[in-house]
Design a protein. Structure first.
Length: 243
């Protein structure tokens, strides 16, 4: 028969071993949670970054009825006009119908970029306009708002990356923030954007915040207006920031 003292000793050794295993398990869980938190924080860095203003145009110093020298008009009769309150903005007339774009800003290749601007558009009957914004030139990352289809399409050149349901209401100013962030030594790109009525506070959450296996490409920024409703489209407060 085994000595009682030996049995007590073995019991204590087993308890110590179990306690050590539980401690290590809790430590691993804590480490995993910390890693997950760091991942979430990394995904929201677009709001945390120190951004430098590279380009700004609010048309306040541009003569009414003229094309701004700060923009390169690809197509369309874009001119600066004053609204009912006297504030100037860039106006694309409602006719002819088509797709009319413009380029602007520095050609930044190695930096994270953010494009932000305001726009105003209206529907006419069942006909609705459309607008698009791009980072990286006319073949770069593009967001297109399609009110008729009730969606937003994110694409790179002709490749669709994402379609997101979205309901738009006309006859009010909207604000858009669009970011392209380089990841993995420029081998992948994180794209994120917000879109909200300008009269409201900026929402905390991004409508889209995803990383794509496409090589990061910077470059100039672009805007497009598609006046399918035969009503004017206005742009204002265009800004580019880099990091």
């Amino acid at each position: 028969m085994q000595n009682p003292a030996v049995r007590i000793f073995l019991f204590v050794v087993i308890l110590i071993g179990l306690s050590a295993c539980l401690h290590q398990s809790n430590k691993n869980k804590s480490s995993s949670a910390t890693g997950e938190t760091a991942s979430v924080e990394q995904e929201s860095l677009g709001d945390e970054m120190d951004w430098n203003l590279e380009f700004s145009e609010n048309f306040s110093d541009v003569e009414i009825g003229t094309e701004p020298e700060s923009l390169f008009i690809l197509d369309g009769a874009y001119i600066v006009q004053a609204g009912q309150t006297g504030e100037k903005s860039l106006k694309l007339p409602g006719s002819p119908m088509g797709d009319f774009g413009l380029l602007f800003g520095p050609r930044e290749k190695e930096k994270n970029l953010e494009l932000s601007f305001s726009f105003f558009a209206s529907k006419k009957g069942r006909r609705m306009p459309s607008i698009a914004a791009g980072i990286g030139g006319i073949r770069g990352y593009r967001i297109r708002l399609n009110p008729a289809a009730k969606n937003i399409v994110l694409s790179l050149d002709e490749m669709v990356l994402k379609e997101i349901p979205f309901s738009w209401t006309g006859d009010q100013w909207w604000k858009l923030r669009f970011q392209a962030l380089a990841r993995d030594s420029n081998l992948t790109t994180r794209l994120q954007f917000k879109l909200w009525p300008e009269k409201n506070n900026e929402p905390k959450d991004w409508i889209l915040n995803e990383q794509y296996d496409v090589e990061y490409k910077g470059g100039k920024c672009a805007l497009w207006g598609f006046p399918y409703s035969s009503t004017p489209i206005r742009f204002d407060n265009i800004e580019i920031r880099s990091n």
